[in-house]
Design a protein around this ligand. Structure first.
Ligand SMILES: [Zn+2]
Length: 485
């Protein structure tokens, strides 16, 4: 990434220059941001004229292309709309840059100048990385060509670095989720954690099946027992603060493929089930960013990696397993496997000294029924810890909505023969009964559960993001931990 001075813009032979604009106000003076104003003047008032003629659309994330604009040496000018100035936010800066980058990524472009008049710069840079990268990992003919070295006007080196690190972390998460389940399985995912630990600077410990048995992770092992691909539990340790500082635990569901097990999913709902490790991929992405940015905090990331398959060794309906913390679980549905995995991982996190916990999981379809595809559900046993996470999500513009945790919901997971069962009564409140199940394993520590079943993966994509994995909540996690530090 290169920073350039505003005075260099007129002579810049870029493939594209990107500026941002607000609509003309109903009253009062119409001011463009400094970069857009300079482009407006260099092009003889073209920008304002085209906005007045409604040729440039100023609604949020709309992109208008102007080819070979007179007065500039750039081959094209791309104008991205921001909506009203009152709507400005870091999240919008991220999405506006991503939308522009996505629009430009249809072919290879080497010199792209991001001259958006938005703050902060790190969100712009991260947005460029994310918006220009697609899910077409295996296509011989790419649809999107990543922009990996954008030019930035008056770039602040620290902000550029933070943006690049965040963008790459989000793209790592997306790549792992988008990669197929024959490539990403527990052992290969664990290997990637080890590699990332070495490159980024955090310690990684991997538990294989033998160690998991020794550690009594029977709930996790029950899910894994139907698959030829052996399970792993990965513990990533980043110590950026003195040892006496509190440790935050990030816990991710890593079901690398979820067939549903004996409670088999229908084909249509099974196709995208490579995405059932998105929670684990989010934790890994966040760990890479925290370590590379050397955030002064102590964080452990734990991911439980299994494949939920059908075979004569699969766990059955009616099975009772003893989880690591001693609670007995009756299996009522083998497709409610994520919580069985997280049960033991949460217990390990607590034992490893994580004082405050955040888990992320593509856990329930019920959460999508409740909140739709783009909003994550948040559940907690500690309102003040939840408020911290929700504040970070708002800062990043990542939609999160809290669901209640009334004690009555716990009644639904009582089992007649064991301590608890792994689903509630029917499908009512399914996102919450899943959270109530998890709460049984956090040992009373402050804990926030993020159900990302909706926003983690999209069949359709959007103006600013290709379809497939979104990498959502990597930014929120990093922001939340930075805010604590
Ligand atoms: Zn499942």
């Amino acid at each position: 990434m290169t920073s350039i001075l505003p005075a260099e813009i007129p002579k810049l032979a870029a493939d594209a220059i990107v500026i941002s604009v607000h609509p003309k106000p109903d009253e009062g003076e119409w001011l463009l941001g400094p970069n857009a104003e300079q482009i407006n003047q260099l092009t003889g008032g073209l920008v304002k004229r085209l906005i007045e003629e409604s040729e440039i659309v100023t609604s949020p994330l709309s992109c208008t292309r102007i080819l070979e604009p007179a007065g500039l040496r750039a081959k094209s000018l791309l104008v991205v709309g921001l909506g009203k100035p009152s709507e400005a936010s870091p999240g919008l800066a991220f999405r506006a840059a991503a939308a522009a980058a996505k629009a430009l990524a249809t072919k290879q472009r080497r010199r792209v100048l991001m001259a958006l008049d938005v703050e902060p710069q790190d969100e712009v840079v991260a947005g460029v990385f994310v918006g220009s990268t697609g899910q077409d990992l295996y296509r011989q003919q790419r649809k999107l060509f990543p922009i990996t070295a954008p030019l930035i006007v008056d770039g602040d080196p620290k902000a550029l670095e933070r943006g690049e690190v965040l963008g790459q972390a989000i793209n790592l998460t997306r790549r792992l989720v988008n990669a197929p389940p024959n490539e990403i399985f527990p052992a290969s995912f664990a290997d990637i954690c080890v590699e990332q630990g070495t490159t980024c600077g955090f310690d990684v410990e991997v538990w294989d099946r033998a160690r998991l048995e020794q550690e009594r992770c029977r709930s996790l092992l029950a899910v894994a027992q139907g698959s030829a691909n052996e399970p792993r539990l990965v513990i990533m340790c980043y110590q950026g603060a003195p040892a006496d500082h509190a440790t935050i635990g990030l816990i991710g569901k890593g079901v690398t493929f979820d067939s549903g097990g004996l409670s088999l999913k229908p084909s249509e709902s099974m196709l995208d089930m490579k995405c059932d490790m998105a929670g684990a991929a989010t934790v890994l992405g966040a760990m890479t960013a925290l370590a590379r940015l050397q955030i002064p905090a102590n964080v452990i990331g734990l991911v439980g990696l299994v494949e939920n398959m059908v075979s004569s060794t699969s766990y059955r309906l009616g099975d009772i397993v003893v989880a690591r913390n001693g609670k007995t679980i009756e299996v009522h549905n083998t497709d409610a496997e994520g919580r069985m995995v997280l049960a033991d991982v949460l217990d390990v996190a607590r034992e490893r000294g994580a004082q405050r916990l955040i888990d992320l999981a593509t856990l329930t379809g019920a959460c999508m029924v409740a909140l739709g595809r783009n909003v994550a559900g948040g559940m907690t046993n500690d309102e003040s810890w939840y408020a911290d996470i929700a504040a970070a999500a708002r800062q990043c513009g990542e939609p999160l909505w809290q669901l209640p945790m009334f004690p009555e919901y716990s009644e639904q997971i009582r089992s007649a023969v064991a301590d608890i069962k792994n689903v509630g009564d029917g499908r009512w409140g399914g996102a919450i009964t899943a959270a109530k199940f998890l709460e049984e394993f956090v040992g009373g520590q402050p804990w926030v559960h993020l159900d990302i079943a909706g926003p983690a993966f999209s069949e359709k994509g959007s103006a600013w993001l290709d379809a497939g994995a979104s990498g959502c909540f990597v930014r929120t996690l990093v922001q939340a931990i930075e805010n604590q530090a």
